[in-house]
Design a binder for this molecule. Structure first.
Ligand code: ADP
Length: 254
């Protein structure tokens, strides 16, 4: 529809703007990092050193944001057929050492489905974000459950992939749930960018899918946990669904 098209175009423009800003920021960022390094090599009292450390931490945070923005923008622009279970396995492998270190137990159940036709790099990014968050929420152990299955959308009847990722971690209060998908919303202080779920939702939207969350905040004597559930149409995405494609066409019309 026209509304979807307008949103896609807006997203493309916003994405391109964000990417060029991120790119511009990268050079001065590198210069500042070098300066700080040189200052660190010189004589300094304890207070100076602690300010320097603070500046460095904040700088890392900015760098993380630009890297994440650029990476999102450069995702490959062709949808491909991919086997959902295999895709999930490649992401789980990335987190293996953290999973072991935090004594998280993991159980997987991949029901075989028709292959997914999607922007693979983008879908992988969504899984990375959700798994990363789940593991972040279980610093001292817990259980991670990952499932894939095939189901028909209750509203449209479209055949789709259901991916659920559950953790027995900290859970979230209502305030957090309400702001979850907003850019830069994070409860993780300097270690979070608050972009993970925002980007994930944009990607799922572009695939005409849905992302849902259920969560219970852990309290004394009562465990918490969070479940993210993603629905992605298996049959494929129209070429125009990708922001990357929309950016290409904008470039051509320049
Ligand atoms: P970030 O992880 O950088 O903070 P996200 O957009 O990925 O950014 O997540 C936003 C916030 O949502 C997190 O800071 C956290 O408070 C909350 N959150 C997301 N996933 C979970 C989860 N599985 N368990 C608990 N809280 C979560």
């Amino acid at each position: 529809s026209e509304e979807v098209l307008r949103r896609t175009e807006k997203l493309a423009v916003a994405g391109r703007l964000a990417a060029s800003i991120a790119h511009e920021i990268n050079n001065p960022l590198a210069a500042i990092t070098n300066c700080l390094y040189l200052v660190q090599q010189s004589q300094m009292d304890e207070m100076g050193r602690s300010y320097l450390e603070m500046a460095q931490k904040e700088l890392d945070r900015v760098a993380q944001i630009t890297v994440q923005t650029l990476r999102f923008h450069r995702q490959s622009s062709r949808p491909v057929h991919t086997e959902p279970g295999e895709l999930v396995e490649t992401v789980v492998a990335l987190f293996e050492s953290r999973i072991r270190r935090q004594s998280v137990t993991i159980s997987k159940r991949f029901r075989s489905t028709q292959p997914l036709f999607a922007y693979e790099g983008e879908v992988r990014q969504v899984i990375v974000n959700l798994l990363g968050n789940a593991i972040d929420a279980m610093p001292s152990g817990g259980r991670l459950v990952i499932r894939t299955a095939e189901a028909n959308d209750q509203v449209t009847g479209t055949k789709g992939l259901i991916l659920t990722i559950s953790d027995t971690g900290s859970g979230m209060d209502q305030e957090t749930i309400d702001h979850l998908f907003e850019p830069f919303f994070s409860t993780k202080g300097v270690t979070g960018t608050g972009l993970g779920l925002w980007v994930s939702k944009e990607i799922v939207d572009r695939h005409h899918g849905r992302i849902q969350v259920r969560s219970r905040k852990a309290r004394e004597g009562q465990g918490g946990g969070t479940t993210f559930r993603i629905f992605l149409p298996l049959g494929g995405v129209p070429a125009s669904a990708s922001g990357a494609e929309a950016i290409d066409s904008l470039d051509r019309s320049d």
